[in-house]
Design a protein around this ligand. Structure first.
Ligand code: DX5
Ligand code: ZN
Length: 222
């Protein structure tokens, strides 16, 4: 049976207490830590680079799921892999050589992911599925935490699920943006298996319990 994977995004964490936040997520049963790298060009916001990934790597044994919201992502592959990223997910909108880029990510020992903005057709990855370990369907326009889930994402997840199954791909199907107790179960039913959540976890009265609460929303609908 497919496992429900919860990947909390540290974008919404208290950066002054990053080590404690990561320990809390680990104790809460998170499956990985989602690290949102933004360059102020592909998206308006700026976040963090290899140094933070290296710091996180020393603090947790959880996989580090690095989401690169940057132009020319290949410029960062070597540094981020060396810093301890477990997976590198690049945006198709800024990756004209997906086959080469994904192959390079795997060569560096990382899982290779592609993220698609809400307006990007799913078929841009159709011919590189054999190079793909993770498909990330964005359910908001990337750049900021705490945005509202775009409801059309459910139909995109269903279509992505059919595409992956049709190609017998074992790639994870991840959804990112506006995931909370109200939106997660529908995404799970549509075929997603990996759920990024930032605001829902870190603004919850009990962030540690929220990881389990999100998982439970899906498990109820198995
Ligand atoms: C959006 C980022 C997300 C974001 C999710 O640009 O890629 O990972 O942190 O945050 P929430 O769960 O708050 O929408
Ligand atoms: Zn993200």
């Amino acid at each position: 049976m497919t496992r429900i994977r919860i990947a909390p995004s540290i974008l919404s964490a208290d950066f002054g207490r990053l080590a404690e936040e990561v320990a809390m997520l680990e104790a809460a049963g998170a499956d990985s830590i989602h690290v949102d790298v933004m360059d102020g060009r592909f998206v308006p916001n700026l976040t963090f680079g290899a140094k933070v990934i290296e710091t996180l790597r020393r603090r947790t044994s959880l996989p580090l799921d690095v989401h690169l919201m940057v132009v020319e992502p290949e410029r960062y592959f070597d540094d981020f892999a060396a810093a301890g990223a477990s997976g590198l997910t690049i945006h198709a909108e800024v990756s004209p050589h997906l086959q080469r880029q994904l192959t390079r990510i795997r060569e560096l020992g990382c899982l290779a992911g592609v993220a698609l903005n809400p307006s990007t057709p799913l078929n841009v990855v159709e011919d590189v599925l054999e190079c793909l370990d993770l498909l990330l369907v964005m359910s908001v326009n990337p750049g900021f935490g705490g945005q509202s889930f775009i409801s059309q994402s459910i139909a995109r997840i269903s279509r992505a699920r059919r595409m992956l199954d049709g190609a017998r791909s074992a790639a994870a199907l991840e959804v990112d943006g506006g995931i909370n107790r109200d939106t997660i179960a529908e995404c799970w039913e549509a075929g997603a298996d990996t759920f990024v959540a930032g605001n829902a976890i870190f603004s919850a009265p009990d962030p540690r319990a929220e990881v389990g609460a999100l998982r439970a929303q899906c498990a109820r609908r198995v």
